[in-house]
Unconditional design. Structure first.
Length: 340
């Protein structure tokens, strides 16, 4: 059934289909009994999948990665599909339109996506107002970044603004310095700049009566020396965990024609082709993870088997995005069943 629906949605441009699907789901859930019915189908009362990570109690290990619900518009309806946690954003201090359209592209032969969205979002103030109205009891992560117009030397100020404004409305934070779609953003993964951002946020966090976990999301394109630096910075700054990994700028493993890929242009690649690459990064991190820093694994998960492989490699939790688009809500159920 979902494959038929997917084939119809794939007729539409990717970004149009994304908004159409979520708006339709929200409209359907406004009809009495529809949301409870979805919850009955996709949610489970079995508590065996519950797990505690970062001091938080997750009802299961499957999360929705940032980028899917950037503006916190659909948390209540997405909760009904059985996720254990949902990450919103990336959120920036000021609203921004992102990069020119088209900026989201499907590669059906590879079951992949290329995006160059560019942190398009409504800005932290609007998103906070939406979070105040959320009824779902699901854990929410706040993925935060800097505005495109903010130079890197002032990036920490943008992260601080988002951290302070979102603090009362999310359960954990993710510092995003790894998107390939904001100019020079990945330079913030360098040791000195990264430590400045994380340490500044941790100082603010420590002043709160109930500090919240701060995580760092990294790119899969870092070399081993850079990954070792990141582990050292995360440990030194007492950052709660890592999310590995974001999209890749590599195109090495694609079966889609080179001509078609070149016509799409730059952007981050996600989906099946990055499964092995993301697993290699996860394997290296865990082999050198002497402080047992918890890791949320994301990248290429299209089945319960893929998710279990990441857990077996040492991940504490997993997140999905592109796999959810290609496989539908049944993917969440499949992963949860496989992990339990």
């Amino acid at each position: 059934m979902f494959k038929v629906l997917r084939s119809l949605l794939f007729i539409l441009p990717a970004e149009t289909a994304h908004h159409f699907t979520l708006n339709t789901l929200q409209l359907l859930c406004s009809i009495p009994l529809v949301r409870p019915l979805l919850a009955r189908i996709y949610q489970s009362e079995d508590t065996s999948g519950q797990t505690e990570v970062f001091g938080l109690q997750f009802k299961n290990k499957v999360g929705l990665a940032a980028g899917f619900d950037k503006n916190a518009k659909y948390i209540d309806v997405l909760d009904a599909l059985g996720f254990g946690f949902i990450e919103i954003g990336t959120v920036t201090p000021l609203p921004q339109e992102g990069n020119p359209k088209p900026r989201l592209f499907r590669l059906p032969k590879d079951e992949a996506i290329i995006n160059r969205m560019g942190f398009n979002n409504d800005g932290v103030d609007v998103i906070v107002e939406r979070l105040k109205k959320v009824n779902a009891s699901i854990l929410i992560g706040g993925n935060i970044g800097k505005n495109k117009v903010t130079p890197n030397e002032h990036a920490v100020e943008d992260y601080v603004i988002c951290f302070n404004k979102l603090f009362d409305y999310v359960d954990y934070f993710v510092v995003n310095v790894s998107s390939p779609n904001t100019p020079n953003l990945r330079e913030l993964q360098e040791k000195d700049q990264l430590f400045k951002i994380l340490n500044t946020l941790q100082e603010i966090n420590a002043s709160k009566s109930k500090p919240k976990p701060i995580l760092l999301k990294i790119a899969p394109d870092l070399n081993e020396a850079q990954l070792l630096d990141i582990l050292a910075v995360v440990h030194e700054s007492k950052t709660a965990g890592l999310i590995s990994s974001n999209t890749t700028i590599s195109r090495d493993t694609l079966t889609t024609s080179k001509k078609q890929v070149e016509a799409i242009g730059p952007g981050g690649l996600s989906g099946k082709p990055i499964l092995n690459k993301s697993n290699e990064v996860l394997r290296f991190l865990q082999a050198n993870n002497k402080e047992n820093i918890p890791i949320i694994a994301v990248g290429g998960i299209h089945s319960g088997k893929d998710a279990k492989e990441k857990i077996d490699l040492g991940a504490s939790l997993v997140q999905v995005y592109t796999g959810f688009i290609y496989e539908g809500p049944g993917l969440i159920w499949d992963i949860r069943k496989k992990l339990v």
